[in-house]
Design a binder for this molecule. Structure first.
Ligand SMILES: NC(=O)c1ccc[n+]([C@@H]2O[C@H](COP(=O)([O-])OP(=O)(O)OC[C@H]3O[C@@H](n4cnc5c(N)ncnc54)[C@H](O)[C@@H]3O)[C@@H](O)[C@H]2O)c1
Ligand SMILES: O=C(O)C(=O)C[C@]1(C(=O)O)C=C[C@@H](O)C=C1
Length: 364
């Protein structure tokens, strides 16, 4: 258990860390620091922290772990404000989405007897601020840590303890490996999503097409709704790797463009087949941050108490619903809901019970 953890930036990620630390009783005292009074108020109100302050230097005295959870453009200036007030043996970590620039500068700034260990939970959302925080955000997510070869093992262990403590799976890599990998799986995808949305804006009458976007446009552009300031900092901080991956992406796009314009059927098919095969390797049953799940879709009439009825039937049989989502609603007609279970046996039993009760059930 940690004695005193200080979280600087109680927004989406810092706030979620506070909630997870408190829920799992991992720290005797969690202190929230932010320059935004509203996020501090919400952090206190939701129980993410025990106390709040807007003074980072005062907060870090006597703390063995300090987490900087601000946008990456702020990390080193926050560190500069507090470094001379750190207790001997203190470890500072961050949650930023880029690592090379921040970790290199931070390591140079640390006073003797204190250490910086970079961290990055691969979990988040398009929301921002304490209002978007979630105590379960990190469960089963990968949490990358990027120590340098000379970082003492006990400092690394402290950050691993934090990551594993909030339910994440710890992965260790170098800052360079990290920045290259996330440029490909997170940063360039974000740019592409933003460019797709801006494409509509640039097309005459394009914004009128928005309501027609069914699953495809929604799924490929969800992240474009994210916090522009946070993403600006990420692109500037990881510009080398982002530009490298972007060049690769541009070549892929041009290959597809040429194949379509020259009507090369075989090539179009080959490129799409390769993408389909590789995309399917992302575990089909992995949703959000829950582990494997076994799903069913239930059609329900538009009547009060239908969801309660289904939950009641399953509850009476001792079947736990791990996840629930309303997929479609048709006013006056009904809709369909997705239910997920942790085991195949739970799924089978739920199908049996609900069909017996007259529901239309499809197993996924
Ligand atoms: N949002 C995601 O999906 C996600 C996922 C993983 C990592 N990250 C990283 O986590 C970090 C935080 O992102 P977020 O989504 O929680 O952002 P956020 O905007 O929700 O929260 C950031 C918080 O930091 C505060 N802040 C900013 N500058 C500050 C300063 N100088 N001193 C004190 N407080 C300050 C803000 O007021 C805000 O409360 C970023 O570095 C981001 O790259 C984000
Ligand atoms: O929006 C989401 O679902 C995210 O998980 C956000 C996401 C990502 O691109 O995967 C965004 C930035 C982070 O550094 C880590 C996670």
């Amino acid at each position: 258990m940690f004695d005193r953890v200080v979280i600087i930036g109680v927004g989406l990620i810092g706030g979620s860390l506070g909630l997870a630390l408190r829920r799992r009783s991992l720290a005797r005292r969690v202190v929230g620091v932010d320059k935004n009074p509203e996020n501090l108020r919400l952090a206190m109100e939701s129980g993410a922290v025990h106390e709040t302050t807007c003074d980072p230097a005062g907060a870090v005295r006597g703390s063995e772990l300090v987490v900087i959870a601000t946008p990456v453009g702020e990390t080193t200036s926050v560190l500069k404000q507090l470094r001379n007030y750190l207790s001997f043996g203190a470890v500072v970590t961050d949650v930023g989405s880029t690592k090379v620039e921040v970790c290199t500068r931070a390591a140079e700034m640390m006073p003797p007897g204190t250490w910086f260990v970079g961290g990055h939970p691969m979990a988040g959302s398009e929301y921002s601020g304490m209002a978007g925080a979630d105590p379960y955000l990190f469960e089963n997510a990968f949490y990358i840590i990027t120590p340098f070869p000379d970082t003492p093992a006990r400092a690394v262990e402290r950050v691993k303890l934090l990551a594993a403590g909030v339910g994440a799976r710890v992965v260790q890599m170098t800052p360079e490996q990290h920045d290259r990998a996330v440029a490909a799986v997170s940063h360039v995808p974000h740019l592409v999503a933003a460019a797709l949305v801006n494409t509509l804006v640039e097309m005459p009458g394009g914004e009128d097409f928005l309501p027609l976007g069914a699953g495809g446009f929604r799924d490929t552009t969800r992240v474009a709704a994210g916090n522009p300031l946070m993403w600006r900092d990420i692109f500037l901080s990881n510009r080398g790797a982002v530009i490298e991956v972007l060049a690769c992406f541009r070549r892929e796009l041009e290959r597809l463009e040429r194949a379509i314009s020259d009507r090369r059927e075989e090539e179009i098919l080959t490129l799409l087949e390769q993408a389909s095969r590789v995309r399917k390797k992302i575990p089909a049953r992995m949703r959000g941050y829950l582990g494997s799940m076994f799903e069913i879709v239930v059609g329900i009439p538009d009547r009060p108490g239908m969801i309660a009825g289904i939950a009641g039937l399953l509850g009476e049989a001792g079947i736990n619903i791990s996840d629930i989502e309303i997929l479609r609603v048709r006013e006056g007609e009904g809709g369909s809901i997705r239910l997920a279970f942790a085991t195949a046996a739970g799924q089978e039993e739920a199908v049996r019970i609900l069909r017996q009760a007259g529901y239309q059930v499809v197993k996924r």
